[in-house]
Design a protein around this ligand. Structure first.
Ligand SMILES: *[C@@H]1O[C@H](CO)[C@@H](O)[C@H](O)[C@H]1NC(C)=O
Ligand SMILES: *[C@@H]1O[C@H](CO)[C@@H](O)[C@H](O)[C@H]1NC(C)=O
Ligand SMILES: *[C@@H]1O[C@H](CO)[C@@H](O)[C@H](O)[C@H]1NC(C)=O
Ligand SMILES: *[C@@H]1O[C@H](CO)[C@@H](O)[C@H](O)[C@H]1NC(C)=O
Ligand SMILES: *[C@@H]1O[C@H](CO)[C@@H](O)[C@H](O)[C@H]1NC(C)=O
Ligand SMILES: *[C@@H]1O[C@H](CO)[C@@H](O)[C@H](O)[C@H]1NC(C)=O
Length: 294
């Protein structure tokens, strides 16, 4: 009983689906290329039945009759081919080919076997990414970029701070007049301007740090130069002190401590003229060399 009901329901459903052609497959095809439209259900042509592919439910692109003869519409003679499995190959699609393509089985009851809605799209144009302004008055670098293609553009403000980048404000995407999309993305401190439709995508990419170069470069230099200078000055001072006040010969434990703040302890251990010598520096305890003093 249950299985009969199930059978009844499925047949109802499938007949409904067939009549209404409820599944329409959207298909985006690049201008000038081909489309291959398939029929997934098997087709059995019996007497007085017919199979056809129609365009916008009015133009019969190709018809196959029950005696296995077929006829192609004059406008499609050179660019529509039907194969043994009733699939249709449509070549060199142009904008005028946009519309609905339906495979129909005509008999006592007509049945839709497949339907496609085709949209023809051209290759997107190359987008342009420009840096409109750079502000670097504080610790971080803030820049405004303009991403444009055709008649549309979007702008965003980005921040760059110690290899850390983020989008601050502005639009990040927009749909252009011809249905393509324009998008600003930020990945790994590279900003990209993407122009995309269903069949193609082009992007323009720029590394943010190229527009904020001086700061990161000078930071690196500072990080190296200051410690080297400080250690150098410290050594010169210590050698000077050593030469001025000869060691008394007392053995000291070697404790060379140079703190971050350049606090020099009273026991200095130096390599002097190839020999390791231990000195008691005549420095005041806790004497500090602060960066600004150097
Ligand atoms: C359509 O007819 C041509 C000959 O006119 C034949 O070569 C071709 O195989 C036929 N196609 C189908 C799907 O019957
Ligand atoms: C076919 O149908 C589509 C969708 O309704 C329409 O945009 C297009 O202009 C039609 N094409 C022709 C040639 O009538
Ligand atoms: C962004 O680029 C577009 C297209 O090149 C241009 O029309 C627009 O004026 C630019 N915006 C700014 C603020 O420069
Ligand atoms: C980047 O910024 C985020 C939030 O502003 C912060 O949590 C993170 O530690 C930063 N990373 C680096 C490498 O500075
Ligand atoms: C980001 O950079 C890291 C290291 O430079 C790399 O491993 C990773 O693949 C990059 N991610 C993307 C999405 O480019
Ligand atoms: C940073 O700002 C100074 C003036 O404030 C300017 O001379 C310099 O060109 C700016 N650097 C960048 C990368 O914009």
């Amino acid at each position: 009983m249950f299985s009969i009901m199930l059978l009844f329901c499925t047949s109802l459903l499938s007949s409904y689906k067939a009549k209404e052609c409820s599944t329409t497959t959207p298909l985006f095809v690049m201008l000038g290329t081909d489309a291959h439209l398939e029929v997934t259900e098997p087709v059995h042509l019996v007497q007085h039945s017919q199979f056809r592919w129609t365009f916008n439910n009015s133009v019969n692109i190709v018809r196959v009759f029950s005696d296995n003869t077929n006829r192609t519409h004059d406008n499609y003679k050179n660019r529509a081919t039907i194969s043994g499995d009733y699939s249709l190959l449509l070549k060199n699609l142009q904008q005028v080919d946009k519309g609905y393509y339906t495979a129909v089985f005509l008999s006592d009851v007509d049945k839709c076997l497949a339907e496609y809605s085709i949209t023809v799209e051209d290759l997107v144009s190359a987008p342009e990414l420009t840096v409109e302004s750079v502000s670097n008055n504080s610790d971080l670098c803030v820049l405004t970029v303009n991403c444009s293609a055709q008649d549309s553009h979007i702008q965003s403000t980005l921040r760059y701070d110690a290899n850390n980048c983020s989008l601050l404000e502005g639009e990040t995407s927009k749909v252009t007049a011809d249905g393509a999309s324009l998008q600003i993305k930020l990945v790994n401190c590279s900003v990209s301007c993407n122009h995309r439709n269903h069949v193609s995508e082009l992007k323009a990419v720029k590394k943010i740090q190229h527009f904020c170069p001086t700061k990161s470069a000078s930071n690196k230099t500072t990080q190296v130069v200051i410690p080297v200078t400080v250690i150098g000055i410290c050594l010169v001072l210590s050698i000077g002190l050593f030469l001025k006040r000869r060691p008394t010969g007392r053995t000291q434990t070697c404790e060379n401590t140079i703190y971050d703040t350049l606090q020099v302890s009273d026991n200095l251990c130096l390599k002097f003229q190839g020999e390791e010598v231990k000195v008691k520096a005549s420095l005041q305890r806790q004497q500090k060399f602060i960066l600004s003093d150097l």
